[in-house]
Design a protein around this ligand. Structure first.
Ligand code: HEC
Length: 90
């Protein structure tokens, strides 16, 4: 009983986190990355992002270049979103 509840809560937070990442990405990132380039931008052949830490680093760079002042968990939710959606690093 307790276990099911806990799993339910965990699943909910996971869904919420990926929704959050998607929304944040839609608000602040698609302007350059999906509109100007296209959806393949993140997965193009000559990309420089070859690992999860590099992905995090680049997201940080874009976030601070834009002066967004996101909280670390917001940044992480976008990293997770991009990784789930495009990069698929382990
Ligand atoms: C003002 C335009 C602009 C915006 C808005 C922007 N970026 Fe970027 N982003 C860039 C540029 C320029 C690069 C470098 C592309 C290159 O040289 O490979 C880049 C590269 C990246 C890459 C690496 C792509 C790859 O695989 O090579 C990621 C990941 C990324 N940005 C994430 C984000 C995130 C997350 C946001 C939203 C917070 C964001 N960017 C918003 C300009 C932008």
């Amino acid at each position: 009983m307790k276990k099911t509840l806990l799993i339910g809560i965990l699943l909910n937070t996971a869904t919420f986190a990926s929704e959050e990442g998607k929304n944040l990405h839609n608000q602040s990132c698609v302007a350059c990355h999906v509109v100007q380039h296209n959806a393949d931008f993140y997965t193009r052949e000559d990309r420089r992002i070859v690992s999860l830490p590099k992905l995090g680093g680049q997201v940080s760079r874009c976030v601070s270049t834009l002066g967004l002042e996101w909280f670390p968990d917001e940044e992480k939710s976008v990293v997770d979103y991009l990784n789930n959606q495009y990069y698929k690093f382990k």
